[in-house]
Design a protein around this ligand. Structure first.
Ligand SMILES: O=P(O)(O)OC[C@H]1O[C@H](O)[C@H](O)[C@@H](O)[C@@H]1O
Length: 303
């Protein structure tokens, strides 16, 4: 589910182009295989709609409705230099307030790291008949020793995102991070996330108390948990099943704010997303040594 203004920009796009949305430069594609939108602030994917899904939605939805896309974006994003809630924000080089890789003297860096506020540049667009592959990197150096880059592959069947971190310095660095995916759903509180029975988790809403998942997870209210798992998950919202695979991630974060909404999230659209994040958290931080690299990835496909 994407804002009407972004939907209009995509409808006006044939092939690929750059445009401005919500004060940010965005890269748009409207191709035979489907649609993609990405904000250069944060290197943040905003939209993915594979063409078979668009065809299925035709007739059953009002023209121009972007609700069959797989990602959700708020219609009221913060003004710059604030960040956009929705799509796939990059949390890097730390997740939440686990500021291991924060180089500032007082470890006061922003929640979820510096990457999502930074300006990214599109280094390459590799286009072929079946889909597209994008390569991005930050315009400025974000860390003295760590250098991230992003690879996005999209086609009619799947969306694949890789955040690759290279250690270019001299001393080992501990880091965390997340691909903070906002998945579009019909109604958050009827969602079922399959693949977690028996998995241990930390519950942030209960002071990081440990728990064990009994049966499949049904989301019925606010949730903020880190599941210690690398398993493939399937999100079923009653209308669509999405398969969520992760690479280089032993933490699956499941988040929705429930009734206490962030200022940039209007009530009317708040029950249209669930975050299922490919993450490295306090449960599986990454120690990178000089010369090494880490790949954090996620692949979304039909369940
Ligand atoms: O509002 P944000 O800074 O984007 O963070 C949104 C959420 O991200 C993660 O899922 C955390 O586990 C949550 O505790 C946090 O509230």
């Amino acid at each position: 589910m994407i804002p009407a203004s972004l939907r209009t920009l995509l409808d006006e796009t044939t092939g690929q182009r750059r445009a401005e949305w919500a004060g940010r430069e965005v890269w748009l594609a409207n191709e035979a295989w489907g649609e993609l939108a990405l904000s250069l602030q944060g290197g943040q994917l905003l939209h993915y709609l594979p063409s078979p899904d668009a065809a299925t939605a035709e007739g059953s939805r009002p023209a121009g409705d972007g609700s069959s896309g797989w990602l959700w974006v708020t219609p009221t994003p913060q003004a710059l230099p604030g960040t956009i809630r929705g799509g796939i924000p990059l949390c890097w080089p730390w997740f939440a307030d686990d500021r291991y890789a924060d180089e500032s003297e007082d470890h006061s860096g922003p929640f979820h790291g510096t990457a999502r506020q930074a300006q990214w540049r599109l280094d390459a667009v590799d286009e072929h008949e079946e889909g597209v592959e994008l390569h991005l990197s930050p315009e400025q150096r974000l860390h003295q020793q760590l250098a991230p880059r992003l690879v996005v592959q999209a086609n009619a069947n799947r969306l694949h995102v890789e955040l690759i971190t290279e250690h270019t310095g001299e001393t080992p660095v501990k880091m965390s991070g997340a691909l903070h995916t906002y998945l579009a759903v019909a109604d958050t509180f009827v969602c079922r996330l399959e693949g977690l029975p028996g998995t241990r988790y930390l519950d942030k809403l209960a002071g990081f108390a440990e728990g064990e998942q009994q049966g499949e997870l049904g989301v019925r209210g606010g949730i903020d948990r880190i599941y210690h798992s690398n398993a493939e998950l399937v999100l079923d919202d009653g209308e669509r099943r999405l398969r969520i695979a992760r690479q280089g991630s032993d933490s699956a974060v499941v988040w929705h704010p429930g009734e206490t909404l962030p200022a940039d999230t209007p009530g009317e659209v708040a029950r249209r997303f669930l975050c299922v994040e490919a993450a490295n958290t306090r449960l599986d931080p990454v120690w990178l040594v000089p010369g090494a690299q880490h790949l954090l990835g996620t692949t979304l496909s039909r369940g």
